[in-house]
Structures are given as structure tokens and as C-alpha cells.
Design a binder for this molecule. Structure first.
Ligand code: ADP
Length: 214
């Protein structure tokens, strides 16, 4: 990354406004001598923010900051930020599932059958059971959970961006991170990605990057 001076930023904004502009014209806009900005133009060309064509002059070719940001965002993988999953057996009662939700301080629990993902229960699903007056102690979660193949899931080498998109599109709070097994369409749960993980990454990202350094 390169720290640009105010003068270099000024040059960039001048060049951005035109298709092409000569060094002479830039220096006259800046009310300075051509020689005074020579080293700035050399640097900006070297780091490929500006391009230069003989007989035409300088043009702006810098990667747009938004494109750089988009590329950085897409470089983060699920495995970089996933949390531990909270899992229960499909035979656990709804009451115990609610207790788990509070004890583990999560919003969604993944349900396993023979160690493999078979369902999802979220806080609203459990709240609905109480409103519906179900026998919470004697009804297993398998009776009320959302089942495969309706569960949205991700793999650890997918990008966080893909997860965020799925979370937004499906209007859910979390996605189980799964690993394939020898059985077709049967998965082990190895993690979870939540809106909180993604928000934390966003905060980390914002606090690390000084916009002027891009
Ligand atoms: P909340 O209960 O706080 O609204 P969600 O927004 O995550 O939590 O859940 C909304 C609905 O989506 C619930 O009925 C839940 O069962 C379902 N759901 C949650 N996670 C998933 C998932 N990964 N795939 C498919 N459906 C899900």
C-alpha cells in the first residue's frame, strides 16, 4: 500500500475528470511548474493509478476503491471466521432445546441424527412451540425442526461473501458449515456462520484499513 500526498490526490482528481490530460495542463491547473510534479506523475504511473499514452497524455486507470474493497471482502473464507456449532440430538425434548439455546447463548441449534445434520431449530421455531401449547418436556425436537433438504448450508472453503448473500436472500440468521461424508447428501456439522461473525469481520475490516492508504 502507498500513502499518497495531498498533491498526488489532487493530480488524481484532475486526471479523473478528463479522458486524457498532458503534464503541462496538470501543472497549469495546479499553478505550478511541470518539473514540480514530475516525480508525482512518475510515482502515480508506476503504481498504475495513472496511465500515460504518447501524444495524448495521462489518463486515470487506478483501480476504483470499491473494486479493491470488493476484492478484499471476497478474499475471506468461511473457515477464517466460523464459530463452533451448537448441536443436539433429534431426540432431545423441545424444553431441553430451549435450555440449550439459553445456556449456549445462540439463536439457532443444529440437530443431528447419527452424528449427521438432519435439522435446524431457531429461537422463533421454539417460541412458536410454546405459543402452540405443545408438551415441551415430552415432544422431541425432531417433531418440529426444519429438515433436510430444506436446510441451507455452506462449506468451509466458500467465501464469507457467499454466506452473507445466502443469509440475506434466505432471511435467516445463521448457516451451518458442513463437511461431506461417504453418504450422498449427508453432512457432518463442523461450524456455523452467523450475522454476528460477519458483523465482527466488517468492524475488523473497517478498523484496519485507512482509506487514504488504498
Ligand atoms: P429467528 O428464529 O431468530 O427468526 P432465523 O431468522 O435464523 O431465526 O430463522 C427464521 C426461520 O428460518 C426459522 O423457521 C428457521 O427454522 C429457519 N432457518 C434458520 N436457519 C436456517 C438454515 N440454515 N436453512 C434453512 N432454514 C433456516
Amino acid at each position: 500500500m502507498v500513502n499518497l500526498t495531498d498533491r498526488q490526490e489532487q493530480i488524481i482528481s484532475i486526471v479523473k475528470k478528463r479522458d486524457f490530460i498532458t503534464g503541462e495542463d496538470i501543472s497549469s491547473i495546479l499553478k505550478t511548474k511541470r518539473s514540480a510534479i514530475r516525480s508525482d506523475l512518475t510515482l502515480l504511473t508506476m503504481i498504475e493509478i495513472l496511465g500515460v499514452e504518447s501524444n495524448k497524455g495521462y489518463f486515470y486507470q487506478g483501480l476504483d476503491k470499491r473494486i479493491l474493497l470488493a476484492e478484499s471482502i471476497k478474499s475471506y473464507k468461511v473457515k477464517d471466521i466460523m464459530s463452533l456449532p451448537i448441536v443436539i440430538s433429534e431426540h432431545l425434548s423441545i424444553y431441553d432445546a430451549i435450555a440449550t439455546l439459553f445456556l449456549e447463548n445462540v439463536g439457532t441449534i443444529y440437530v443431528l441424527r447419527d452424528e449427521l445434520l438432519c435439522g435446524v431449530v431457531s429461537r422463533k421455531d421454539l417460541l412458536k412451540c410454546t405459543l402452540d401449547g405443545l408438551d415441551l418436556q415430552n415432544t422431541p425436537v425432531k417433531d418440529i425442526m426444519l429438515r433436510m433438504p430444506n436446510i441451507k448450508y455452506v462449506f468451509s472453503d466458500m467465501t464469507v461473501y457467499e454466506c452473507a448473500k445466502e443469509i440475506v436472500d434466505s432471511q435467516i440468521d445463521s448457516l451451518p458449515v458442513v463437511k461431506e461424508t461417504k453418504f450422498k447428501n449427508k453432512f457432518k456439522v463442523i461450524g456455523r456462520i452467523t450475522k454476528t461473525n460477519i458483523t465482527k469481520l466488517f468492524v475488523e475490516f473497517g478498523s484496519e484499513i485507512d482509506y487514504r492508504e488504498i
